[in-house]
Design a protein around this ligand. Structure first.
Ligand code: ZN
Length: 287
């Protein structure tokens, strides 16, 4: 009988001891598990204050902040191509001697692929292609002047220069509603009298930095190769949509330049992209 009591007591003792060990292990284990989660909100909160505030209104409830973080980070990733394109290198393609029979096809090309350009219109051509000039302005392209009749402006008197500028700009405005502030002197000839007269009229003079000599080669492949070989950030490219071969070249050039990462912008956008003002009477050739 005594032996049976000792056995029962021993069994009970072992049971209690085992229960104590199991309970201790369980307590330590659960304590370890419970200490981790409370740190998470503290780790997340600095991120929420950095990421969310400028984006949108939100409640102070931390439980609603985590889904917002996920959303905003995804949104930031989606915004990356847009912000990188905003800092893409700019170039300005310009077209002299229009508007003409090829201008509409050139406008189709820009509508298809995107990008903007600048037209330097010859005053006495506008009445024949007024709709195309209006469409160019409506599509966001820039309209500059190329003189009334393509005369060399450096050979004219002050009043003659003033008349070339004024008559052409009034005709551009009547056809397209565009207030032109740029002039490309025919053949690129400039003298001090032209600069002074342009300054009085509030007009800046625009040259170029890349010349594919499209008027000379009249070969679409040669125009394409020449521009591709010389294009660089900040350049102003001289072209003439008077030649169908130049527009042929543009049908390949415009999408290819865009794919290369260039932003095709107007001359004014290019010249003011660094915050500079365009100064009347100045001659700009750019990079
Ligand atoms: Zn010209």
């Amino acid at each position: 009988m005594w032996k049976i009591k000792r056995i029962i007591l021993s069994v009970l003792y072992i049971c209690f001891a085992s229960a104590a060990v199991v309970f201790s292990l369980f307590f330590l284990f659960t304590r370890f598990l419970l200490t981790e989660p409370p740190e998470q909100p503290d780790e997340f909160s600095p991120i929420t204050t950095v990421t969310i505030p400028s984006e949108e209104n939100k409640s102070d409830d931390t439980s609603e902040e985590i889904p917002h973080i996920v959303f905003d980070e995804t949104k930031a990733d989606e915004d990356l191509p847009v912000s990188s394109s905003a800092h893409s290198p700019m170039i300005a393609i310009t077209f002299d001697d229009g508007p003409n029979a090829n201008t509409a096809r050139l406008l189709d090309c820009f509508e298809k692929y995107g990008g903007k350009c600048t037209f330097f219109a010859v005053g006495n051509m506008i009445e024949y292609f007024a709709d195309d000039l209006k469409r160019a302005a409506e599509n966001g392209h820039e309209i500059g002047s190329h003189g009334w009749d393509h005369s060399r402006l450096d050979l004219l008197t002050e009043s003659e220069i003033a008349e070339q500028i004024d008559k052409t700009n009034r005709t551009i405005y009547d056809a397209s509603g565009y207030n032109s502030t740029l002039l490309r002197p025919p053949y690129g000839y400039v003298n001090d009298l032209l600069k002074d007269t342009a300054a009085k009229a509030g007009i800046a003079l625009i040259g170029w930095s890349v010349d594919p000599q499209d008027w000379k080669s009249r070969d679409a492949d040669a125009v394409y190769e020449s521009i591709m070989a010389n294009v660089k950030e900040g350049c102003i490219i001289l072209c003439h949509d008077l030649h169908a071969t130049t527009v042929d070249a543009m049908e390949k050039l415009i999408p290819d330049l865009i794919e290369m990462g260039y932003r095709l912008v107007t001359v004014s956008e290019l010249l003011t992209s660094d915050g500079s003002a365009i100064i009347p009477g100045e001659m700009y050739n750019h990079k």
